[in-house]
Design a protein around this ligand. Structure first.
Ligand SMILES: Nc1ncnc2c1ncn2[C@@H]1O[C@H](COP(=O)(O)OP(=O)(O)OP(=O)(O)O)[C@@H](O)[C@H]1O
Ligand SMILES: [Mg+2]
Length: 253
């Protein structure tokens, strides 16, 4: 199963969610692969990958070497990382790839050692993001609960649809929008949520992630939320989100 986390808007929580969703699946005993397609490399830094990887996101997108699970660092038990490479910036601006390289690798069974693949993407509408969407079974869009951010959601959905147009082999399902960094106690949040629900219906996740200091500080310690504070609110909220992701996926089987 392949899940991409996408949104062209920056700072909405793509990397935070990618890392922690992948971490939760790996702790459930799934062999999870996290692919960091963002040249900024936030997920890579977050997981504090000291091992020098011989296979990174540029290798992945250039399609010269086959994926060899032995060359992909296992950064936590059951959690593997294809780290970011800054040179992916070139690909973002040059449109070198357009949705077929990762798909071909997948069809060639190069990912078969993994149960779940999570893809963190850059904040852009670029061929790299199309690559992620076209290889995925599902994608989700995180956003902040602000009017202008939500406008970005519409653009992200449109971009995802355009990415797979004319590609019979790619048929990713939009799982929904996840509101991140919210204050659930505020009336303004509650009314924002119900208004958005009217527009998005079941494409709005019931689980929202609160604005929490532990989410902002965990990366400084190089710790996932489960490692930082397994009993904390942040970890519990992301566990609930993963449960909802699983439920939604089952609906589409
Ligand atoms: N729920 C939250 N509570 C507090 N801080 C958060 C929360 N979610 C994300 N952050 C913080 O906000 C910042 C942006 O989050 P993150 O890097 O995950 O976003 P992003 O969408 O991946 O950004 P970019 O588009 O630049 O890749 C980070 O410093 C992160 O720690
Ligand atoms: Mg990011």
């Amino acid at each position: 199963m392949f899940l991409s986390i996408v949104c062209q808007k920056g700072g909405v929580g793509k990397s935070t969610l990618s890392v922690n969703i992948a971490d939760i699946y790996s702790k459930k005993g799934k062999k999870a692969l996290l692919i960091d397609l963002d040249p900024q490399g936030n997920s890579t830094t977050y997981l504090h990958n000291k091992e020098k990887s011989t296979f990174d996101s540029l290798d992945l997108l250039e399609n010269k070497k086959k994926i060899d699970i032995d060359q992909i660092p296992e950064v936590r038990e059951n959690l593997y990382l294809i780290p970011s490479n800054q040179e992916v910036k070139r690909i973002i601006s040059s449109k070198l790839v357009a949705g077929s390289i990762l798909r071909k690798r997948r069809d060639g069974e190069e990912f078969k050692g993994f149960d779940i693949v999570i893809i963190d993407t850059p904040p852009s509408m670029s061929s790299v993001v199309s690559e992620a969407i076209c290889v995925s079974d599902y994608y989700l869009i995180p956003t902040r609960a602000e009017f202008l951010s939500v406008e970005g959601v519409g653009q992200a959905i449109k971009y995802a649809k355009e990415s797979v147009r004319n590609r019979k082999e790619a048929n990713p399902i939009f799982l929904g929008v996840v509101l991140n960094s919210v204050d659930k106690r505020r009336t303004s949040f509650k009314s924002f949520y119900s208004e958005l629900k009217l527009i998005l219906g079941d494409k709005l996740f019931e689980s929202a992630i609160s604005q929490l200091t532990e989410i902002a500080e965990a990366p400084f310690f190089g710790r996932t939320l489960s490692e930082h504070n397994a009993n904390g609110k942040a970890h519990k909220e992301v566990v609930l989100l993963v449960e909802e992701i699983d439920r939604k996926m089952k609906e589409y089987i």
